[in-house]
Ligand binder design. Structure first.
Ligand SMILES: *[C@@H]1O[C@H](CO)[C@@H](O)[C@H](O)[C@H]1NC(C)=O
Ligand SMILES: *[C@@H]1O[C@H](CO)[C@@H](O)[C@H](O)[C@H]1NC(C)=O
Ligand SMILES: *[C@@H]1O[C@H](CO)[C@@H](O)[C@H](O)[C@H]1NC(C)=O
Length: 146
């Protein structure tokens, strides 16, 4: 027989954290940010490693924007921190993102990120303004099972 206190404790935990379930914040799926950029992340492996594609809506170049590959790693736990690198393959730039996934009381996941973008400079003397920094907030574009 399960002691009543354990049952009450389990019930209490279930009521306290309706939004926090183990498979939330596994980054697999499609995400969109405040600027209308989208990223799709494929399966996250047991070590937290993943790959995907990033389709930016904005870029510091006049070249035609195309989807670019990303690779990253996340912690496997509730509200994990993560990082990934985007190799902008239609231009010669690279960006790194780091952030954390948060789940609100309704179970909605939000990725709060900060990024550094290195634009390709033609020489070391042109490097002084080549790095830009910013923030991005992502939400799910589609559920993983859709
Ligand atoms: C992001 O996805 C939305 C919805 O599918 C689409 O309307 C938008 O054009 C996409 N943005 C980019 C940059 O591909
Ligand atoms: C750039 O990356 C995308 C997404 O991974 C891929 O589909 C595309 O073929 C790549 N383009 C080039 C020029 O490597
Ligand atoms: C840096 O400044 C140079 C000269 O003013 C300009 O041509 C270049 O586009 C700038 N680079 C970036 C990444 O803004």
């Amino acid at each position: 027989m399960v002691p009543t206190t354990s049952l009450l404790l389990l019930l209490g935990l279930a009521l306290l954290a309706p939004g926090l379930s183990a498979d939330q914040c596994v980054l697999t799926g499609s995400w969109t940010n405040d600027l209308g950029s989208n990223m799709t992340i494929m399966a996250v492996n047991n070590n937290g490693e993943f790959a995907g594609t990033f389709h930016t809506a904005v870029m510091t170049t006049t070249k035609e924007i195309k989807a670019s590959p990303l690779v990253g790693i996340q912690h496997i736990k509730t509200q994990p921190t993560f990082g990934f690198t985007v190799n902008w393959n239609f231009t010669d730039s690279t960006a790194v993102f780091t952030g954390q996934c948060f789940v609100d009381t309704d179970g909605k996941e939000t990725l709060k990120t900060m990024w550094l973008l290195q634009s390709h400079a033609n020489s070391i003397k042109d490097d002084w303004n080549a790095t830009t920094v910013g923030t991005d907030t992502f939400t799910r574009l589609r559920k993983r099972w859709e």
